[in-house]
Design a protein around this ligand. Structure first.
Ligand code: TXA
Ligand code: MG
Length: 334
């Protein structure tokens, strides 16, 4: 854990236009002063990410909403009150001054208040510095298209040498990215989930009064760009295949006969026991536990020079939605 002077130093680096990686409850973020276009540009360079992809601005309180967004519908405040700090990003109309470098040229901005104490301390310390607007732009701290980091070591592997400071806050509790909810087209489209994530849709429905629609990733003509919606996102370098539990043992036997080295990720203990594989990882059988472990498990297998990673298909129920989304993207051909 970091101490106060480490936080102060990191905040001063942000103020000076440098990059600071920090833990959030979802995944590690690569932070820059969101009001400083030159600093924001460094994020895109460090990640190797196209600069028309918008970034999420991280705030230390819900009062920040009105500083960054306008035409804020009352439901945005109710959601913030209930779920912030936490894994929910709200897309709202941006204030005119918000740099287009942050929003990928769009007229909306993504806002979220993260729950990790270190993230909150950093944003608060930064916001207290003179003439700062208090927003930290931060995508996941991985190189573009790769698995998001859930430990400081992962960040070091991804971006070491490209960031001024990495704050170590241990393993991220949630383990997959925030749920992104678009409220900028409320009147015409209702509240739409752009990316399923750490906050489940049933919890959102309690505040919204109805289930939010999941925006169809294939049909995004004029809709805001979400890099997390590119099909090959979150991909490890070893090919990955989803196989149903019942078919897994047979599939692996075939692979092994063909001389292929497989790593397996299974959430049912019986499936794992009968799996013939070079590497085996037992995954938690509940969606939160699974999400918490997922990215680190993919990295562990990815590091073993395997021919194939085989993942037992998780249940196709709503609460597994976010995990299934990330696995589908990890299997997509690049
Ligand atoms: O949990 C998270 O959300 C993590 C932590 C660090 O907060 N951040 C994260 O950032 O996942 P990133 O950049 O890897 O993914 C953010 C997603 C991108 O797919 C981006 O396109 C979308 O949010 N996004 C940001 N602003 C947007 C906007 N104005 N309209 C539509 N999508 C937006
Ligand atoms: Mg990302």
């Amino acid at each position: 854990m970091s101490n106060t002077s480490e936080i102060q130093e990191a905040a001063a680096l942000l103020q000076a236009g440098e990059l600071v990686a920090f833990p959030t409850e979802t995944v590690y973020g690569l932070g820059a002063d969101a009001a400083n276009p030159l600093a924001v540009q460094k994020i895109f360079t460090a990640k190797g990410r196209p600069s028309d992809h918008p970034l999420i601005v991280h705030l230390s309180d819900a009062e920040g909403l009105a500083r960054w967004a306008m035409e804020i519908p009352p439901v945005a405040y109710r959601l913030a009150e209930k779920f912030w700090p936490g894994p929910l990003t709200l897309i709202l109309k941006k204030q005119a001054w918000v740099p287009t470098a942050v929003t990928g040229g769009q007229d909306t901005v993504g806002l979220r208040m993260p729950a990790h104490p270190l993230a909150l301390q950093l944003i608060r310390a930064f916001a207290a510095l003179p003439e700062r607007r208090g927003g930290v732009a931060a995508p996941s701290a991985n190189r573009f298209g790769r698995v998001s980091p859930t430990t400081a070591t992962h960040v070091q592997e991804e971006l070491g040498g490209r960031v001024a400071r990495i704050l170590d806050g241990g393993a991220c509790q949630v383990g997959i990215e925030s749920t992104i909810l678009d409220l900028s087209r409320l009147a015409t489209h209702g509240a739409e989930i752009l990316r399923p994530g750490g906050l489940d849709p049933l919890s959102l429905a309690e505040v919204l009064g109805e289930m939010p629609r999941l925006r169809d990733g294939a049909n995004q003509d004029n809709a805001p760009r979400v890099s997390g919606s590119l099909l090959s996102h979150y991909a490890p370098t070893t090919p990955l295949q989803l196989v149903d539990g019942a078919a897994l043992a047979g599939f692996l036997r075939q692979q092994s006969r063909a001389g292929r080295r497989c790593g397996v990720l299974a959430h049912s203990p019986q499936t794992l026991q009968t799996a013939e594989a070079t590497a085996r990882i037992a995954m938690p059988a509940d969606p939160s536990g699974y999400a918490h472990r997922l990215y680190a498990a993919l990295r562990e297998l990815d590091a073993q020079n395997l021919d194939l990673m085989v993942v037992e298909t998780p249940p196709a129920t709503l609460i597994w939605n976010a995990v299934c989304d990330r696995l589908r993207r990890a299997t997509a051909p690049k």
